[in-house]
Ligand binder design. Structure first.
Ligand SMILES: Cc1ncc(COP(=O)(O)O)c(C=O)c1O
Length: 393
């Protein structure tokens, strides 16, 4: 598909090649391990594996290729996309593809917890050191951390739990000038609201488990690469035997087709609920990238085309136990370690043990909300009843 189309058109049309559709609307689920060839010459021509040429089950069929192609088309300037069994697998393989023993990684302090654990455990074991930087660091401040062994800068914008928005284009320009690879966890915005590759990111990671699939019933990750990083991403991914099933690829592609409609509805609901929360006496502040007082809001305004359903609320005083009671009393919000599905969720956003470079006091416990596709007025009524019993300072 020509790359001049709008994101809404791309999520509907992307990856739906005529030869893969075979007169159906959706690319069918085609399962296989073994691929049979007409003769030996054809078996040799199947390698190296490329999307669009059957070789072996692990290298996918049109079901997985179609999804990968659709995700690539959402990122102007991208070369291709590799799929992974989870968002965390996508993060760890992307990092492994650019790092070698003896290297150093600059990692944003507000990164998703398991990403941090991968760095502190697995990368450390492989003699790769990690230096954490404050998510509010300017490109120049990050540049000052670069040493002889530094090879890559990892960003997550907005950050997990605390939603700091980073100057991704500025950091990428600096990193490129210093010969470093750049990686971004783009799960919150997805490439629907933030195109990463054309802003200078080399490897853009999305946990499709969240908004891309959107229905809380499948796990998957994807890494979309700039041309300069596609070969190493492909090689590392294949060497580690990464694979997603056609059944899961079908579910994620099915979710992708409605991504635009869902994200805008999440955005509307979340902004309405967040505005209401901001004025409640029990709330110290709302941390939402579209709000002017969110750290890095100017970068959100400059670089993003929308906001999604996930944000945090700092309560005015009260204890962690008070927050637990508040969450337990909610009726419409599920309690779960995820987000990005059609349903609303609430979770305490405890950053203890997840920050070393940017320790911030928000004055009270942090509540993370995912605003689903329910009517926001019903969610506000639910929150109102729960907040009424909160012992605010
Ligand atoms: C920002 C972010 N990145 C990556 C992941 C990992 O995705 P998965 O749960 O599919 O491994 C998550 C999951 O919550 C996440 O919130």
């Amino acid at each position: 598909m020509a790359n001049d189309k709008h994101p809404d058109t791309k999520v509907v049309q992307g990856g739906r090649r005529k030869e893969w559709l075979r007169n159906m609307v959706n690319v069918p689920v085609s399962r296989t391990s073994t691929v049979l060839f007409d003769n030996m010459e054809a078996s040799r021509e199947a390698y190296p594996p490329v999307n669009g040429r059957l070789s072996y089950g692990r290298n996918g069929t049109w079901t997985q290729w179609s999804l990968a192609e659709a995700l690539t088309e959402l990122e102007p300037g991208a070369e291709g996309t590799m799929l992974f069994p989870s968002g965390s697998a996508a993060v760890s393989i992307a990092l492994t593809s650019v790092l070698a023993p003896g290297d150093e990684l600059l990692m944003v302090d507000s990164t998703y917890g398991p990403t941090r654990h991968f760095c502190d455990r697995e990368l450390k074991r492989l003699n790769v050191s990690t230096v954490y930087y404050d998510p509010l660091s300017s490109p120049a401040e990050i540049e000052a951390l670069i040493g002889e062994k530094t090879r890559a800068v990892f960003m997550e914008s907005p950050g997990s739990l605390t939603f700091e928005v980073q100057d991704v284009p500025g950091i990428c320009a600096m990193a490129k000038a210093r010969g470093l690879s750049t990686l971004l966890d783009n799960t919150w915005a997805t490439s629907f609201f933030f195109t990463a590759i054309d802003k200078g990111v080399d490897l853009s990671v999305v946990a499709c488990t969240k908004y891309i699939s959107g229905h809380s019933d499948v796990m998957m990750g994807a890494v979309t690469a700039a041309t300069s990083h596609m070969t190493r991403l492909t090689r590392t991914s294949r060497s580690f035997g990464q694979y997603v099933s056609p059944d899961d690829a079908y579910l994620v592609a099915r979710g992708l087709r409605t991504l635009g409609a869902r994200l805008r509805q999440h955005e509307l609901g979340a902004v309405k609920v967040a505005h209401w929360l901001k004025d409640q006496p029990q709330v110290a502040r709302v941390i939402h990238p579209a709000f002017a007082d969110c750290p890095g809001h100017a970068f959100w305004k400059r670089d993003f085309t929308g906001s999604t359903g996930l944000f945090s609320v700092a309560l005015k005083g009260g204890s962690a136990a008070d927050l637990d009671r508040l969450i337990d009393s909610l009726e419409l919000f599920g309690i779960g370690y995820s987000w990005g599905g059609f349903e609303s969720l609430a979770m305490s956003a405890d950053t203890d043990n997840l920050r070393t470079a940017a320790l911030r006091d928000y004055g009270g416990p942090l509540l993370r909300l995912h605003i689903g596709l329910e009517d926001p007025d019903d969610l506000i009524a639910d929150l109102s009843a729960a907040l009424a019993d909160y012992p605010a300072a």
